[in-house]
Design a protein around this ligand. Structure first.
Ligand SMILES: *Cc1c(COP(=O)(O)O)cnc(C)c1O
Ligand SMILES: [Zn+2]
Length: 429
């Protein structure tokens, strides 16, 4: 399924596969268009080809926009191809399901990527394409996780990196980016200010690949691999519903694109004799940065920009580029886009951790809290098979769980243990 061109989502004008992200005719966003898969019509051949690939996103190289196909050979994790993104666990979360009164919940744990967020997927594709196009430097405008992913990819590929972040970012995210030797620039402003600055720099520095600015069409394709992996891990079926977070809306919309491509290629089986379909898509935002949820709930097609004020900093994009497409996808699939408060986010982090053993950052708290809200308000049919997409690691936003649990200090004496600790212990349900 070789990439053939960049195509405008609004007016369908096409452009060569270069570092360009907006249509010069109508200013619409560009995305990658592909020729039909060479084995279209032979689903077994396509599935075999995928299964013979490495346990990373590169097993889906036929669906990604690189000229050379996969930058790594089967089973080969050499650093020439960058970091081995993807291949993350999909775990059945029965205790979480029971707590929410649902039958079947799965957690796609993308915190298990090399730099502990789903951003390694998108960076792997953008960086590989940047190498093909001969760029000298990798860069990004980041809400936090992208900075770490770009810094690590640059280290693996031997490219210098510049990452631009809002100055008020969590310290854990700055520290876990700086170790890779990146040039870190903190900008006095919010993400939308950072993004505007980076768009300007990208126009001036022609040999810089800003993974989410001038390389955005390639970057965005990396998120499709989440859909492919979920389908493959569910035995070539699609879940009934996906609950996923929305910042710019890119991840959310590309999960939909990934499922649609595989349904069109007949790679996904329906369940119980039904025709396969794109899952119902439920988007999750924080109340303190909810431009997409607010527009969705008001029945509007476009988002009014907001000034972010939330503990979910990785989702704090006040002017989301793909917001309208996220709304369109949620509506088309009969889904939802809702928001949750900072307290609900903290509770969501604890709920996921206590029922699954998975510790997620604030973005995962948003997603888990959203699932809980949908379940408790009866907006999810209890019989559905739901996949919760957990996009980042809890150690990166440690501060928000401080004070959410108690620690008991005792003298080193048995009776104190018995009286102060054991007699007060609750058995988990
Ligand atoms: C970047 C990010 C997202 C979503 O990003 P989009 O801009 O909507 O693609 C979700 N979760 C985490 C942890 C992220 O870092
Ligand atoms: Zn256009």
């Amino acid at each position: 399924m070789a990439a053939t061109s960049l195509i405008c989502r609004e007016c369908a004008s096409t452009y060569p596969l270069e570092a360009q992200f907006v249509c010069t005719k109508c200013f619409g966003p560009l995305e990658v268009a592909y020729a039909p898969h060479p084995s279209a019509g032979d689903r077994d051949a396509i599935r075999r080809r995928i299964q013979a690939g490495p346990r990373s996103i590169w097993r889906y190289a036929d669906f990604l926009p690189l000229e050379a196909g996969s930058p790594v050979g089967a089973g080969d994790f050499s650093s020439d191809g960058g970091l081995p993104a993807g291949g993350t666990p999909l775990v059945k979360a029965d205790r979480l399901a029971r707590r929410l009164g649902l039958r079947e919940v799965w957690v796609k744990n993308d915190a298990a990527n090399p730099t502990h967020s789903f951003k390694d997927r998108v960076v792997a594709v953008a960086a590989a394409r940047a190498k093909e196009l001969g760029f000298s430097t990798l860069a990004c405008a980041s809400t936090g996780n992208l900075a770490g992913a770009v810094a690590a990819a640059g280290a693996a590929l031997g490219l210098p990196t510049y990452v631009f972040i809002p100055a008020d970012l969590e310290e854990q995210k700055i520290l876990s980016t700086g170790v890779y030797g990146a040039n870190i620039v903190t900008v006095r402003g919010n993400y939308d200010d950072v993004n505007r600055l980076c768009t300007e720099i990208a126009g001036e520095r022609e040999d810089w690949a800003f993974v989410n600015v001038n390389m955005r069409p390639y970057y965005a394709e990396g998120s499709k691999t989440l859909a492919y992996e979920i389908a493959e891990q569910l035995g070539w079926t699609a879940p009934d519903r996906i609950v996923a977070p929305i910042a710019s809306g890119s991840l959310f919309t590309k999960i939909g694109k990934g499922f649609q491509e595989w349904i069109d290629l007949d790679l996904i089986d329906g369940v119980g004799g039904a025709a396969p379909k794109v899952p119902v898509m439920s988007g999750a935002q924080a109340l303190g940065c909810n431009p997409v949820a607010a527009a969705f709930e008001a029945g509007q097609d476009v988002c009014r920009p907001v000034k972010p004020d939330t503990i979910a900093k990785s989702l704090a994009i006040g002017n989301p580029a793909d917001g309208p497409y996220a709304i369109e996808l949620a509506r088309k699939t009969g889904g939802t886009i809702t928001d949750v408060t900072d307290d609900e986010i903290k509770d969501g982090i604890r709920l996921l951790a206590e029922t699954t053993g998975i510790f997620t950052e604030t973005a995962g708290g948003v997603t888990t809290a959203t699932l809980r809200k949908l379940a408790e308000s009866g907006r999810i049919d209890p019989q559905e098979r739901v996949v919760l997409v957990i996009t980042g690691e809890g150690l990166k936003t440690l501060d928000v769980v401080r004070g959410t649990f108690e620690v008991t200090e005792i003298d080193p004496r048995f009776e104190q243990f018995e009286n102060d600790v054991e007699s007060r212990t609750e058995v988990p349900v």
